[in-house]
Design a protein around this ligand. Sequence first.
Ligand code: DAT
Ligand code: MG
Length: 132
Amino acid sequence: MDRTFVMVKPDGVARGLTAHIVSRFEEKGFKLAAAKLMQLDRMVAEEHYDHLRSKVFFDELVDFITSGPVFAMVLEGKDAVKNARSLIGATNPSDALPGTIRGDYAIDVASNIVHGSDSEDNAEREISLYFH
Ligand code: DAT
Ligand code: MG
């Protein structure tokens, strides 16, 4: 079965939207295969966002993702990476369509409520980073 890594970011957990977001994926047809509420340390956060190290917003991004607990998940389903990304919506909530999670629950790119792996290789890399 295809699988992907999805994480409710600190803004989503703090706003009490964790269960709601899990439900959105379950309603879509995903099976929740693993999940945990956890606090990221900077090492894990920097490893997770390694591809963005050169960006001006990198420090802000690491500050944000380590600012409170996140809810990390492994989701299983057909074309898991693609289906999860399409439910999550565009990176910038201003571009995310209504009906997507970011389109419905976020307004600012710096706190866009949920993460989803962008390729099968990154899904496996992120699953081993968070669930080992
Ligand atoms: P995505 O989360 O859609 O895969 P990404 O991997 O390009 O997007 O970026 C990771 C996160 O970095 C993104 O969810 C929010 C943050 N980010 C991206 N672009 C940003 C920007 N211009 N300003 C602030 N944060 C940004
Ligand atoms: Mg990404």
